[in-house]
Structures are given as structure tokens and as C-alpha cells.
Design a protein around this ligand. Structure first.
Ligand SMILES: [Ca+2]
Ligand SMILES: [Ca+2]
Ligand SMILES: [Ca+2]
Length: 463
């Protein structure tokens, strides 16, 4: 509990940081690195043992063992993905979870394709845990192309040294995930109490975070039906019947639950000659991490049945039907949380024929492709950045006194490594503050991070 309170305290401190730097930070992201195919950015957790080489040292990932020994892996994984996926409600992107073959980070993988995006062997964003060579770095992420043109692009490295820390509590890890995913999408650091602050981690997406991600990818776009005024209500449904093929089936590709309140309505009149079972499938697997919900209604709007799915799961409704009957189907997100938006496909069939396939966007982009040169001077600034700045914050040393040290360290050692050139790091030593039991007893301990001095230090962190 103490830890939770002190995290809150640190977050409150963040709100006092100067805000006049915000505009500059937004501009840093403008025209910066971005995924060639934001419509489907894949994500994978590497299996333990997956190798990552940094500064000539090869480490093996211990993520799943480290987490499973303390927490329920499925719960932790969902909370991590919650933070990562949170960006999808603000930007025109989809994240889809895929498997990972365990090939070394930065490699071509076990299959002959070698793609910076869309490689069949692992996600575009691979997540693992290694002992990072920087003791005060909690996690890091590689920027997307064109800043990084190897398969390392977008990969997120968690520091094993912090595996027992509050950073990786299931209740807190979404904050780390949101920050690192921001880098993996192309964002640099932003001052203030925001997701992209380099040290004061908060799980509050502020307008400045949202503006920054929308500068790159734009806001999330409604599907073509919604844009055309179709499917928004039971009285303006998307007509399924006139699209059915000779075997009484159709698959809607490219449809989207765009906001937590988006409802996509479909209407089906059972044709004569069709089979006696209506099948409706809301397919999210490998398209997004939408937690889907399907509701079936009769012609009078009475609910017949509903099916819900976990994030990224595909769900199916079945109903015995007769020719001439009319049904409505409502496709939505299951709830209103981070997983309540995302791309899906709606598959309909009133026969025994195979379902018409889902079209998964082809995102294959060869690694090493340098044709995607930075589009602007600001992008070039990021592209040229070889400095990984870090902020170290020391905790107290006395029972009733505190000392703060703030230091922005140009990471000269990293400069020599091409691998690290485009790494952006969430850095801090907040744990030393969390462990400071004086903070709440000491009425004067209102400024543990040094106030304006910290703000000045943050302002200098311009990556
Ligand atoms: Ca491959
Ligand atoms: Ca990658
Ligand atoms: Ca929609």
C-alpha cells in the first residue's frame, strides 16, 4: 500500500512540471519514424532463452520465468498488452498478437523471409526481458523504421534487474508498456505528467501524448460503412442478404470498432434455398486485440443471444433459422476499456460451405530497406540521434533528511554501438524513492525530485 501511495505521490509531482516545453516535444514527433503498415502491427512475447546482443554481450530472455515465478502470467501479459494497446484508441493503428519462434533479436528468423515488418517468424514488436547493461534503465524500445531497419525495430527490452520491482507489478506494468510502446511507435520523450515522460511514469494519456501519436498516424478512422452512415443503428443496418454468394455466405473485411461506443449493425433476411443454420463470426484473431461482442436480435429487436470474447479472440454465434426470417446482428467491443476498439472481420454463412476467408493485411516490408528515408528535418534529427540520454535520480540517504542528485548522462558508451543508436529509454531510479520511508513522515519532504531542477533536467532530455 505504501508503494502504491508513493507512486501516486510521484505522479502528483509530475503535474507540477513546467508545461511550456510541451509544444516542442510534440514537434519532435512530427514526421518521425513510423511503421509502413500501421493497419496491422504485430506483437509477440519472445520465449525464454531468446538471445539479444547489446554492446557485444549476448543475453537470454528470462521474461516468462521471471514473471511466472511471481504473478499469473496470463494476467500480467494482459495488463502489459493493455498499456501497449491503449494507443490504438487514439491513433489509426491496430496491434495483433502473434507467435514468436524464439530466433535471436535482430535476426531474420527461422523462415526465409526477412522483414522489418510482417515477418512470419515473430511480431513486429517483440517483448522480452534481459539484463540491460544500464543499471538505472527499467526498459527500452527500438524506434520503428526508417530509424531502425533491422528486425529489432520496435522491440521492447525489459530489464531483468527490475523484475522484482514495482515497475513490473501487474497493476503497474501497463504504465511501462504504454511508455515503451510509444517509443516503438515512433515517439520520443515528452515533458510533463504524460505517458512519454522519460522518468515520471503515469498511466494518464494526456492531450500532448495523443497529439503526438496522431501527428504520425492520425486519429483512429471509422470503417467505410460508418463513414457512409450505415450500420450505426438498428434502423440503418448494413445489408448482408444482398451480398450473399451462391452458397449463402459473405465476409466483411476491413470493418472496425472505432470507439468504445461504436456499434455496427447488420441485417440478414434468410433467403429461400439457404441452409437451416445461421452462423455469424466476429473475427479478431491476428487482426487486432479487440475484445469482441456479438448480439443477435429478431425482427422486432428482441435480443436472442449474445457472445463475448477476450481480447484478440474470435467469437461465433449460431441460430437455427427458416427462410423469410429477419435477424439483426450488433457487433461491438465487449466493454469500454483499452480492448474495446479494433479491426475485425464479420463472417456470415447460411449453408454448409466453407466460410469465405478473412483478408489479413499484407504488411511484409523487407528489412534493411533504406528507401524510407526521414521525411522531414525533424525526422532527420531523430534519425541522426545517437545519444541515449538518461536521467538518474538518487534517493535519500538519511532518516530525516534527504539528498537528491540529478544528473543527465550522455551515454558515451552507447554512442559506439549502432545497435543502440536508436534506442529510446525509460530511465529512472524511482525505486529508491519508493523505498524511502521518510517521505510521508517528513512534512518537508514535498519535493523529493528536486522541483525546478528536475524540470530543467527533463527539458534537456530532447530525444
Ligand atoms: Ca523470417
Ligand atoms: Ca521488431
Ligand atoms: Ca464501425
Amino acid at each position: 500500500m505504501r508503494r502504491r501511495e508513493q507512486v501516486s505521490r510521484i505522479r502528483r509531482r509530475g503535474t507540477q512540471l513546467r508545461v511550456e516545453n510541451l509544444e516542442g516535444r510534440v514537434l519532435l514527433s512530427h514526421g518521425g519514424p513510423e511503421w509502413p503498415h500501421p493497419e496491422r502491427i504485430t506483437v509477440s512475447f519472445v520465449p525464454d532463452g531468446t538471445e539479444w546482443t547489446m554492446n557485444g554481450t549476448t543475453e537470454q530472455s528470462v521474461l516468462q520465468q521471471a514473471i511466472s515465478s511471481q504473478y499469473d502470467w496470463a494476467t500480467w501479459k494482459k495488463e502489459f498488452l493493455r498499456g501497449l494497446y491503449a494507443w490504438a484508441q487514439y491513433a489509426n493503428i491496430n496491434f495483433a498478437l502473434v507467435s514468436d519462434d524464439g530466433s535471436a533479436i535482430g535476426s531474420a528468423g527461422s523462415t526465409s523471409d526477412h522483414n522489418v515488418q510482417g515477418d512470419v517468424d515473430f511480431g513486429d514488436i517483440r517483448i522480452g526481458m534481459w539484463t540491460l547493461p544500464w543499471s538505472s534503465t527499467v526498459a527500452g524500445a527500438y524506434l520503428p523504421p526508417p530509424n531502425v531497419t533491422t528486425t529489432e525495430a520496435g522491440d521492447i527490452t525489459l530489464n531483468e534487474s527490475y523484475k522484482n520491482s514495482s515497475y513490473f507489478y501487474p497493476s503497474f506494468v501497463k504504465t511501462v508498456a504504454a511508455h515503451e510502446a510509444g517509443h516503438a511507435l515512433g515517439l520520443g520523450h515528452i515533458s510533463g505528467s504524460v505517458i512519454m515522460n522519460p522518468t515520471l511514469t503515469t498511466y494518464e494519456f494526456r492531450q500532448v501524448d495523443i497529439d503526438a501519436i496522431q501527428e504520425i498516424y492520425g486519429p483512429r478512422q471509422h470503417d467505410s460503412f460508418d463513414q457512409g452512415g450505415r450500420g450505426n443503428s438498428m434502423s440503418t443496418p448494413i445489408n448482408v442478404t444482398n451480398r450473399l454468394d451462391s452458397q449463402y455466405r459473405y465476409t466483411f473485411n476491413g470493418v472496425d470498432i472505432t470507439t468504445p461506443t461504436d456499434r455496427d449493425w447488420y441485417k440478414i433476411r434468410i433467403p429461400s434455398g439457404a441452409g437451416d443454420e445461421l452462423l455469424v463470426r466476429m473475427h479478431t484473431h491476428k487482426l487486432s486485440m479487440l475484445a469482441p461482442r456479438l448480439v443477435l436480435y429478431d425482427a422486432n429487436g428482441n435480443q436472442i443471444k449474445a457472445v463475448n470474447g477476450e481480447y484478440g479472440k474470435t467469437i461465433t454465434l449460431r441460430k437455427k433459422v427458416r427462410p423469410g426470417q429477419v435477424y439483426y446482428v450488433k457487433a461491438t467491443g465487449r466493454g469500454t476499456d483499452e480492448f474495446s476498439v479494433g479491426a475485425y472481420a464479420l463472417m456470415v454463412r447460411i449453408s454448409n460451405a466453407p466460410l469465405l476467408p478473412v483478408q489479413v493485411p499484407n504488411t511484409a516490408t523487407p528489412a534493411g530497406n533504406t528507401s524510407g528515408t526521414p521525411q522531414s528535418a525533424l525526422a532527420a534529427e531523430l534519425y541522426e540521434t545517437t545519444e541515449v540520454a538518461r536521467l538518474d535520480v538518487a534517493g535519500t540517504t538519511g532518516e530525516h533528511e534527504r539528498e537528491q542528485q540529478e544528473e543527465v548522462v550522455a551515454r558515451d558508451a552507447v554512442l559506439a554501438s549502432d545497435d543502440a543508436a536508436a534506442l529510446a529509454y525509460l530511465t529512472s531510479d524511482i525505486d529508491s524513492l519508493l523505498e524511502d520511508s521518510d517521505a510521508e513522515e517528513n512534512a518537508n519532504a514535498v519535493d523529493p525530485l528536486g522541483g525546478d531542477l528536475l524540470a530543467d533536467a527533463l527539458a534537456e532530455l530532447s530525444l
